[in-house]
Design a protein around this ligand. Structure first.
Ligand SMILES: Nc1ncnc2c1ncn2[C@@H]1O[C@H](COP(=O)(O)OP(=O)(O)OP(=O)(O)O)[C@@H](O)[C@H]1O
Ligand SMILES: [Mg+2]
Length: 263
């Protein structure tokens, strides 16, 4: 039997122009911080912006943007909450609150289908998705159930992170999924992402400096304070390049790409 939610999801997302999944494969590299900052900057620049936290087990975007988790308003579905004054926001945390909700593989898919089927997104220029770590159910489900998602891949200068991120890039290339670009987070001194960007022919959209108090800066910015120029300029530039750039499918094969069997 065909799941009726699949048809509903298409309608719920019909007025969303671009869906951008902020992903990495590696945990703790700043996906949530980047997705939240980008949503904030897009919102301030006048883009109609939504942020969907799909990290069911580690939802944190509401904490970063200091979102008041009121129970969503119901109206033949649920209306997104509001973050930072300008961003439409939805997270599983609106229901789970701070309770841990352990989910098995297929339950993750069911939770995602349910959330997508009930959320009535307003017309949006961008719906950013804060993805969980890993190359698993959520990525495959986003590809399967959301229309034309593009991936923004977060890496850091760490060699270890670069290695894991490369597996995601290989997977996205093999699945012919559009990658809008790489961002390198937590840059202190040396940058390594240019090598990855070159190897996979995808643009490096920006390098975000290591910033000790980034969580506080973000929460204050969500409350209306201006972002420090060093952060704001990087994210304005990433936002502009994202808005201008189309989708690129990863193309070039490299001799030292990880073997296909890693995916
Ligand atoms: N540019 C930065 N400078 C310093 N610390 C940062 C920076 N970006 C993120 N952090 C910190 O790194 C930690 C992880 O960030 P975040 O939660 O955004 O990563 P994540 O990739 O979403 O993690 P997860 O895989 O668990 O979802 C947080 O404590 C955050 O404050
Ligand atoms: Mg996260």
């Amino acid at each position: 039997m065909i799941d009726p939610r699949l048809d509903v999801i298409g309608k719920r997302l019909a007025a969303v122009d671009r869906i951008v999944a902020v992903s990495s494969a590696k945990g703790g590299v700043g996906k949530s911080v980047c997705a939240a900052l980008l949503a904030l900057v897009f919102g301030r620049e006048g883009y109609r912006t939504g942020l969907l936290d799909l990290d069911f087990q580690g939802a944190s975007a509401h904490l970063l943007l200091d979102v008041q988790l009121d129970f969503p308003e119901e109206e033949a579905g649920i209306r997104p909450l509001r973050a930072a004054g300008t961003v439409d926001f939805m997270s599983f945390a609106a229901f789970s609150r701070e309770h841990a909700v352990p989910l098995r593989g297929s339950e993750v898919t069911q939770a995602m289908l349910e959330l997508l089927a009930i959320t009535i997104w307003n017309p949006l220029d961008f719906l950013l998705i804060d993805m969980p770590p890993g190359i698993g159910d959520e990525i495959l489900d986003v590809l399967r159930y959301m229309h034309a998602p593009e991936f923004l891949v977060v890496t850091t200068p760490s060699r270890l992170v670069g290695h894991v991120v490369e597996r995601l890039l290989v997977m996205l290339r093999e699945l012919k999924v559009p990658v809008v670009g790489l961002v390198e987070n937590m840059v202190r001194k040396d940058s390594r992402a240019a090598v990855l960007a070159d190897r996979y022919s995808c643009p490096l959209l920006g390098s975000i400096p290591y910033e000790e108090d980034i969580d506080d800066i973000l929460a204050e910015a969500a409350g209306g304070k201006p972002l420090p120029e060093r952060i704001s300029s990087v994210f304005r530039s990433i936002a502009a390049r994202l808005a201008a750039g189309g989708q690129t499918e990863l193309r070039r094969q490299s001799a030292d790409s990880p073997p296909a069997d890693v995916v």
